[in-house]
Design a protein around this ligand. Structure first.
Ligand code: FAD
Ligand code: NAI
Length: 475
């Protein structure tokens, strides 16, 4: 008779593998079961994030930015380069190598922490004191029993009827990270995070990029001022053609081209592309686990229903990451994984959902945490604004990245930091200071009185904090 584990984790993305490691660190016998296979048909841990998400997209963002800089930005530094050429195969091989190193690294981490790793698709068979799961690996079935189960099955790209993703001309994130040639004309449906990041990659490599977005507003989740600056930069300076308020009428794949018919306020249009990326959001992977068999409830949108501690309706069954409500972000998934592991071990696990940072890795980067100005207005909160432009930051100017700004929103009465919004160089790194400050419930004055190195990009946040206290020094 096989052992009964303390914990079975379903899914080895950043939610699942982190939960499994934390469980093992806390002395729980843990198995982590994952179904992902890479394009070579091999089991590959790390989920969406490591295989076809965060990591490969950032590798291509970096490579494409280097290509763009060598072509267009070195000259201003007095660095003369000629014959700059793209070797896309090498760029893709570098990306694949990084992915392989990281996915292999997860296998190593699981081994090191004595987490048993299994490949296959897990589904509930029965519940009670002990849960029974069936794990199917290409038709070969095994049974796993565990006292606690953590569902961390992630999400998949949302596909629409009008856009049959064929992996060739019409692709989702996986295909868009693996084109074998730069498409001269690239269409993207959805001006969300994937549309903007991957649109930037292929634009820098030479594609003419058109993004078709259903909503009438651009980057609705971001602070309005940040969204306005991003719109200006992406459309006017970088040449991304972004159409808002579109309604897609038809998507037709021919032999070499895809035709998209859509309507907007100006009427009906038809565009032809060499490739089309569908980036219209993601749907939770809840169907495969057979949740109903053990009383785990799934909401109308397919998310596994959980409370603020990621407890499902079934005793000792938890769910974390993209498969539950909230931001679909790797760090949110991981933090929930840690919280659940600690709760199972009898500790006081907790996630502070008010301070989850969001980063869009375009150039300039966009990052924020906490409330936007429009949210504070809608909530009737009295607030102060402090803002500092990167054009007045010495390090940013030296980098040749002087556009954008850092903005801090503080409570008008208490000075507590309510939100920080950055568009500019390394915004994704700079936001960490704001997250830490907010996690410690800091005031604007706390940041204003903290010494920041000179010259550094972080001085922009320092100045934004000074400005929120009406004592900016450099503007
Ligand atoms: P996943 O990473 O999706 O992992 C779930 C795993 O469970 C998968 O391996 C899946 O195969 C497996 N699975 C599913 N069902 C079963 C089953 N029944 N049995 C066994 N295994 C199963 N987030 C960021 O924070 N930063 C970024 O820069 C970022 N970039 C992204 C770029 C792209 C192109 C995409 C698509 C996403 C990006 N994300 C980013 C989002 C991030 O990838 C997800 O939020 C994160 O992967 C969610 O983690 P997870 O563990 O919940 O699920
Ligand atoms: P998204 O939710 O960010 O954007 C999807 C966009 O498509 C939205 O603007 C939506 O209005 C639009 N849309 C939906 N249906 C449409 C239609 N029929 N026609 C035209 N437009 C339509 O989702 P996206 O970009 O697919 O990314 C999925 C998830 O992955 C996001 O939730 C994000 O959190 C995560 N991600 C995070 C990254 C990061 O943290 N840097 C990078 C990439 C993805």
């Amino acid at each position: 008779m096989a052992q009964t584990y303390d914990v079975a984790v379903i899914g080895a993305g950043p939610g699942g593998y982190v939960a499994a490691i934390r469980c093992a660190q806390l002395g729980l016998d843990t198995v982590c079961i994952d179904a992902f296979k890479n394009p070579q048909g091999k089991a590959s841990l790390g989920g969406t994030c490591l295989n076809v998400g965060c990591i490969p997209s950032k590798a291509l963002l970096e490579s494409s930015e280097n290509f763009h800089k060598a072509k267009h930005e070195f000259a201003v530094h007095g660095v003369k380069v000629s014959g700059v050429a793209l070797d896309l195969a090498t760029m893709m091989a570098r990306k694949d190598k990084i992915v392989a190193q990281f996915t292999g690294g997860i296998a190593m981490l699981l081994r090191k922490n004595k987490v048993a790793a299994m490949h296959g698709t897990a589904r509930f068979v029965s519940g009670g004191e002990v849960y029974t799961l069936e794990v199917d690996d290409a038709g070969k079935q095994e049974t796993v029993t565990a006292r606690h189960v953590i569902i961390a099955t992630g999400s998949s790209p949302r596909h629409f009827d009008f856009s049959p993703v064929d992996g060739e001309l019409i692709v989702d994130n996986a295909g868009a990270l693996a084109f074998d040639a730069v498409p001269p004309r690239l269409g993207i449906i959805g001006a969300g995070v994937i549309g903007l990041e991957l649109g930037s990659v292929w634009r820098r490599l030479g594609s003419e990029v058109t993004i078709l977005e259903a909503l009438p507003t651009f980057l609705a989740a971001a602070d309005e001022q940040v969204a306005k600056e991003a719109w200006r930069t992406f459309t006017k300076e970088q040449g991304l053609a972004i159409q808002l308020g579109v309604k897609i009428a038809a998507v037709k794949a021919g032999k070499k081209q895809v035709t998209v018919e859509y309507a907007d306020a100006e009427g009906s249009h038809k565009l032809a592309f060499n490739r089309l990326i569908v980036a219209t959001g993601r749907v939770p992977n809840s169907a495969s686990v057979n949740a109903a068999a053990v009383g785990v409830e799934v909401d109308t949108r397919g998310f596994i229903a959980v409370d603020e501690h990621c407890r499902t309706h079934a005793p000792n069954v938890y769910a974390v990451g993209d498969v539950v409500r909230g931001a679909m972000l790797a760090h949110k998934a991981s933090e929930e994984g840690v919280m659940v592991a600690e709760l199972i071990a009898g500790q006081a696990g907790h996630v502070d959902y008010d301070v989850i940072p969001a980063v869009i890795y375009t150039a300039p980067e966009i990052a924020w945490v906490g409330k936007t100005e429009q949210q504070l207005k809608a909530d009737g909160v009295a607030y102060s604004v402090g803002q500092f432009p990167f054009s007045a930051n010495g390090r940013a100017r030296a980098l040749g990245a002087g556009s954008g700004f850092a903005k801090m929103l503080t409570d008008a009465a208490s000075d507590r930091i309510l939100g920080v919004h950055i568009i500019g160089p390394c915004a994704g790194e700079l936001i960490a200071e704001a997250v830490t400050a907010m996690a410690y419930q800091a005031s604007g004055e706390d940041v204003a009185r903290t010494i920041h190195a000179h010259p550094s990009l972080s001085e922009a946040l320092h100045e934004a904090a000074l400005a929120a206290n009406k004592r900016a020094l450099h503007i």
